[in-house]
Design a protein around this ligand. Structure first.
Ligand code: FE2
Length: 274
Protein backbone atom coordinates (compact mmCIF):
# COMPACT_ATOMS: atom_id res chain seq x y z
CA UNK A 1 0.00 0.00 0.00
CA UNK A 2 1.30 3.40 -0.92
CA UNK A 3 0.63 5.01 2.39
CA UNK A 4 2.66 2.36 4.16
CA UNK A 5 5.78 3.08 2.25
CA UNK A 6 5.55 6.75 1.47
CA UNK A 7 6.74 7.87 4.86
CA UNK A 8 8.29 6.44 7.93
CA UNK A 9 5.90 8.45 10.07
CA UNK A 10 2.73 6.81 8.91
CA UNK A 11 1.19 5.00 11.80
CA UNK A 12 -0.85 1.90 12.03
CA UNK A 13 -3.81 4.02 12.94
CA UNK A 14 -3.28 6.23 9.92
CA UNK A 15 -3.23 3.18 7.72
CA UNK A 16 -6.37 1.85 9.31
CA UNK A 17 -8.03 5.22 9.05
CA UNK A 18 -7.08 5.61 5.42
CA UNK A 19 -8.45 2.18 4.68
CA UNK A 20 -11.57 3.02 6.61
CA UNK A 21 -12.04 6.35 4.84
CA UNK A 22 -11.57 4.69 1.49
CA UNK A 23 -14.22 2.17 2.36
CA UNK A 24 -11.90 -0.78 2.02
CA UNK A 25 -11.20 -3.41 4.59
CA UNK A 26 -8.10 -2.88 6.67
CA UNK A 27 -5.43 -5.26 5.47
CA UNK A 28 -5.64 -8.45 7.44
CA UNK A 29 -1.90 -8.48 7.90
CA UNK A 30 -2.17 -5.29 9.94
CA UNK A 31 -4.83 -6.54 12.26
CA UNK A 32 -2.84 -9.00 14.31
CA UNK A 33 0.61 -7.47 14.44
CA UNK A 34 1.83 -4.31 16.10
CA UNK A 35 2.47 -1.70 13.46
CA UNK A 36 6.01 -1.27 14.67
CA UNK A 37 6.84 -4.69 13.34
CA UNK A 38 6.29 -3.39 9.82
CA UNK A 39 9.15 -0.96 10.16
CA UNK A 40 11.69 -3.56 11.23
CA UNK A 41 14.03 -5.24 8.85
CA UNK A 42 13.61 -8.95 8.70
CA UNK A 43 15.61 -10.66 11.40
CA UNK A 44 15.97 -7.47 13.39
CA UNK A 45 14.85 -7.80 16.97
CA UNK A 46 12.02 -5.59 18.03
CA UNK A 47 13.24 -2.92 20.40
CA UNK A 48 12.20 -3.61 23.95
CA UNK A 49 9.35 -2.48 23.63
CA UNK A 50 6.59 -0.28 22.99
CA UNK A 51 3.58 -1.63 24.81
CA UNK A 52 1.74 1.48 23.73
CA UNK A 53 0.58 2.44 20.31
CA UNK A 54 3.31 2.97 17.82
CA UNK A 55 2.75 6.68 17.60
CA UNK A 56 3.28 7.11 21.31
CA UNK A 57 -0.28 7.18 22.52
CA UNK A 58 -0.95 6.87 26.20
CA UNK A 59 -4.27 5.38 27.26
CA UNK A 60 -7.16 7.75 26.67
CA UNK A 61 -7.50 9.85 29.83
CA UNK A 62 -10.61 9.49 32.00
CA UNK A 63 -12.96 12.36 32.78
CA UNK A 64 -15.76 12.98 35.20
CA UNK A 65 -19.03 11.23 34.43
CA UNK A 66 -21.05 14.35 35.28
CA UNK A 67 -24.59 14.31 36.61
CA UNK A 68 -26.48 13.03 33.56
CA UNK A 69 -25.42 9.43 32.94
CA UNK A 70 -28.22 6.89 32.94
CA UNK A 71 -27.69 3.13 32.73
CA UNK A 72 -29.62 0.87 30.36
CA UNK A 73 -29.32 2.99 27.25
CA UNK A 74 -30.73 1.42 24.08
CA UNK A 75 -28.52 -0.57 21.73
CA UNK A 76 -28.18 1.73 18.72
CA UNK A 77 -25.44 3.46 16.78
CA UNK A 78 -27.69 6.29 15.62
CA UNK A 79 -29.14 8.73 18.11
CA UNK A 80 -30.98 10.57 15.36
CA UNK A 81 -34.73 10.05 15.52
CA UNK A 82 -37.47 11.31 13.21
CA UNK A 83 -37.68 15.05 13.62
CA UNK A 84 -34.43 15.37 15.53
CA UNK A 85 -33.18 18.96 15.33
CA UNK A 86 -29.53 19.88 15.10
CA UNK A 87 -26.54 19.70 12.81
CA UNK A 88 -25.79 16.11 11.90
CA UNK A 89 -22.57 14.68 13.31
CA UNK A 90 -20.88 11.36 12.81
CA UNK A 91 -18.10 10.17 15.07
CA UNK A 92 -16.03 7.27 13.89
CA UNK A 93 -12.83 5.64 14.99
CA UNK A 94 -11.20 2.63 16.52
CA UNK A 95 -10.61 1.29 19.99
CA UNK A 96 -7.07 0.05 20.57
CA UNK A 97 -5.31 -1.77 23.38
CA UNK A 98 -1.86 -0.91 24.67
CA UNK A 99 -0.11 -2.71 21.82
CA UNK A 100 -2.09 -0.61 19.35
CA UNK A 101 -4.09 -3.52 18.06
CA UNK A 102 -7.81 -2.95 17.55
CA UNK A 103 -10.17 -4.37 20.15
CA UNK A 104 -13.37 -6.04 18.99
CA UNK A 105 -16.53 -6.22 21.06
CA UNK A 106 -15.79 -3.09 23.09
CA UNK A 107 -18.86 -1.44 24.58
CA UNK A 108 -19.24 2.27 23.84
CA UNK A 109 -22.10 3.99 25.66
CA UNK A 110 -22.63 7.56 24.45
CA UNK A 111 -24.78 10.26 25.97
CA UNK A 112 -25.02 13.95 25.16
CA UNK A 113 -27.11 17.10 25.27
CA UNK A 114 -29.60 17.94 22.54
CA UNK A 115 -29.08 20.90 20.23
CA UNK A 116 -30.37 23.22 22.97
CA UNK A 117 -27.97 21.91 25.59
CA UNK A 118 -30.52 19.82 27.47
CA UNK A 119 -30.14 16.19 28.57
CA UNK A 120 -33.08 13.81 28.49
CA UNK A 121 -33.24 12.61 32.06
CA UNK A 122 -36.64 10.99 31.80
CA UNK A 123 -36.20 9.04 28.55
CA UNK A 124 -33.27 7.99 26.40
CA UNK A 125 -33.00 10.63 23.73
CA UNK A 126 -29.33 11.08 22.75
CA UNK A 127 -28.32 8.00 24.65
CA UNK A 128 -27.20 4.75 23.08
CA UNK A 129 -24.65 2.00 23.28
CA UNK A 130 -22.90 -0.05 20.61
CA UNK A 131 -19.97 -2.45 20.27
CA UNK A 132 -16.85 -2.24 18.15
CA UNK A 133 -16.86 -4.57 15.17
CA UNK A 134 -14.29 -7.26 14.38
CA UNK A 135 -11.89 -4.54 13.18
CA UNK A 136 -12.25 -2.57 16.41
CA UNK A 137 -14.22 0.17 14.67
CA UNK A 138 -17.22 2.11 15.86
CA UNK A 139 -19.44 4.73 14.25
CA UNK A 140 -21.93 6.99 15.96
CA UNK A 141 -24.55 9.00 14.07
CA UNK A 142 -25.87 11.89 16.10
CA UNK A 143 -26.10 15.68 16.18
CA UNK A 144 -23.69 18.34 17.36
CA UNK A 145 -24.55 18.77 21.05
CA UNK A 146 -25.68 22.18 22.24
CA UNK A 147 -23.94 24.25 24.86
CA UNK A 148 -25.10 24.54 28.43
CA UNK A 149 -23.86 26.83 31.18
CA UNK A 150 -20.42 26.17 32.56
CA UNK A 151 -19.21 23.71 29.92
CA UNK A 152 -17.69 23.71 26.50
CA UNK A 153 -19.18 21.52 23.77
CA UNK A 154 -18.69 17.81 24.51
CA UNK A 155 -19.90 14.26 24.17
CA UNK A 156 -19.91 11.77 27.06
CA UNK A 157 -18.89 8.17 26.61
CA UNK A 158 -18.13 5.05 28.61
CA UNK A 159 -15.81 2.57 26.92
CA UNK A 160 -15.33 -0.96 28.20
CA UNK A 161 -13.42 -3.86 26.71
CA UNK A 162 -14.88 -7.25 27.63
CA UNK A 163 -14.04 -8.08 31.21
CA UNK A 164 -12.11 -4.86 31.75
CA UNK A 165 -12.79 -1.72 33.80
CA UNK A 166 -14.94 1.03 32.36
CA UNK A 167 -13.24 4.13 30.96
CA UNK A 168 -15.53 7.12 31.48
CA UNK A 169 -14.49 10.14 29.48
CA UNK A 170 -15.63 13.00 27.23
CA UNK A 171 -14.84 14.09 23.68
CA UNK A 172 -14.33 17.67 22.55
CA UNK A 173 -14.58 19.79 19.42
CA UNK A 174 -11.64 21.85 18.10
CA UNK A 175 -11.99 25.60 17.85
CA UNK A 176 -14.66 26.01 20.50
CA UNK A 177 -14.19 29.30 22.39
CA UNK A 178 -15.14 27.71 25.68
CA UNK A 179 -12.38 25.11 25.38
CA UNK A 180 -10.14 27.75 26.90
CA UNK A 181 -12.30 28.38 29.95
CA UNK A 182 -13.77 24.96 30.78
CA UNK A 183 -11.63 23.50 33.56
CA UNK A 184 -12.69 19.95 32.66
CA UNK A 185 -11.61 20.31 29.02
CA UNK A 186 -8.58 18.22 28.02
CA UNK A 187 -7.01 18.70 24.61
CA UNK A 188 -6.00 15.05 24.51
CA UNK A 189 -9.70 14.35 24.03
CA UNK A 190 -10.20 16.63 21.03
CA UNK A 191 -11.75 14.92 18.05
CA UNK A 192 -10.63 15.79 14.55
CA UNK A 193 -13.67 17.31 12.92
CA UNK A 194 -14.31 18.27 9.33
CA UNK A 195 -17.27 19.78 7.58
CA UNK A 196 -19.19 17.62 5.15
CA UNK A 197 -21.71 20.04 3.72
CA UNK A 198 -24.03 21.00 6.54
CA UNK A 199 -22.93 17.98 8.58
CA UNK A 200 -19.77 17.32 10.54
CA UNK A 201 -17.60 14.24 10.45
CA UNK A 202 -15.52 13.61 13.53
CA UNK A 203 -12.89 11.01 14.26
CA UNK A 204 -11.41 9.79 17.49
CA UNK A 205 -9.45 6.68 18.43
CA UNK A 206 -9.55 5.38 21.97
CA UNK A 207 -6.61 3.61 23.57
CA UNK A 208 -7.66 1.43 26.48
CA UNK A 209 -5.42 0.27 29.28
CA UNK A 210 -5.69 -3.31 28.05
CA UNK A 211 -2.50 -5.37 27.83
CA UNK A 212 -2.03 -7.14 24.52
CA UNK A 213 0.46 -9.95 24.14
CA UNK A 214 2.90 -11.04 23.06
CA UNK A 215 5.26 -8.56 24.56
CA UNK A 216 6.24 -7.21 27.92
CA UNK A 217 3.60 -5.89 30.21
CA UNK A 218 3.45 -2.11 30.39
CA UNK A 219 4.78 -2.09 33.92
CA UNK A 220 7.85 -4.06 32.87
CA UNK A 221 8.94 -1.42 30.44
CA UNK A 222 11.14 1.45 31.46
CA UNK A 223 9.75 4.78 30.42
CA UNK A 224 11.95 6.81 28.16
CA UNK A 225 13.04 10.21 29.40
CA UNK A 226 11.23 13.23 28.02
CA UNK A 227 12.71 14.10 24.65
CA UNK A 228 12.99 17.82 25.25
CA UNK A 229 12.99 20.72 22.85
CA UNK A 230 11.70 24.26 22.93
CA UNK A 231 8.16 23.18 23.88
CA UNK A 232 7.42 23.95 27.52
CA UNK A 233 4.42 23.41 29.77
CA UNK A 234 2.86 26.64 30.96
CA UNK A 235 3.64 28.51 27.76
CA UNK A 236 0.79 30.35 26.06
CA UNK A 237 0.99 29.27 22.42
CA UNK A 238 -0.77 30.99 19.56
CA UNK A 239 -1.76 29.49 16.25
CA UNK A 240 1.27 29.52 14.00
CA UNK A 241 3.83 29.38 16.82
CA UNK A 242 6.68 26.99 16.18
CA UNK A 243 8.36 24.66 18.64
CA UNK A 244 10.69 21.71 18.61
CA UNK A 245 10.06 18.56 20.58
CA UNK A 246 11.89 15.28 20.45
CA UNK A 247 14.07 16.58 17.64
CA UNK A 248 11.12 17.43 15.40
CA UNK A 249 9.54 20.76 14.53
CA UNK A 250 5.86 21.49 15.06
CA UNK A 251 3.44 24.30 14.26
CA UNK A 252 0.69 25.29 16.69
CA UNK A 253 -2.78 24.90 15.16
CA UNK A 254 -4.85 26.65 17.82
CA UNK A 255 -4.12 28.87 20.77
CA UNK A 256 -3.71 27.11 24.10
CA UNK A 257 -1.51 26.96 27.16
CA UNK A 258 0.86 23.99 27.12
CA UNK A 259 0.27 21.31 29.71
CA UNK A 260 1.94 18.03 30.57
CA UNK A 261 0.41 15.43 28.29
CA UNK A 262 -0.28 17.95 25.53
CA UNK A 263 3.20 17.73 24.05
CA UNK A 264 3.44 17.39 20.28
CA UNK A 265 2.58 15.11 18.65
CA UNK A 266 0.28 13.80 21.42
CA UNK A 267 -2.50 16.18 20.50
CA UNK A 268 -2.92 16.37 16.74
CA UNK A 269 -5.55 19.06 17.12
CA UNK A 270 -2.97 21.37 18.68
CA UNK A 271 0.25 20.58 16.82
CA UNK A 272 1.19 19.39 13.40
CA UNK A 273 4.65 18.51 12.19
CA UNK A 274 6.16 21.19 10.05
FE1 FE2 B 1 -22.29 17.00 29.82
Amino acid sequence: MDHETSTGHVTRKAVLRAAFAAGIAAPAVLMGVPALARTLTEGEAAPALTPECDDGDDPTPPQTEGPYFKPSSPLRSSLVEPGTAGARLTVSGYVFGLACRPLAGVLLDFWQADTNGAYDNTGYRFRGHQFTDAQGAFRLATIVPGLYPGRTRHLHVKVQAPGRPVLTTQLYFPGEPRNNTDSIFDARLLMSVRDAGPAKEAAFDFVLNVPQGPGPSPTATATTPPPGGSWAAGTAYRAGDRVTYGGLAYVCLQAHTGQAGWEPPNVPALWRAG
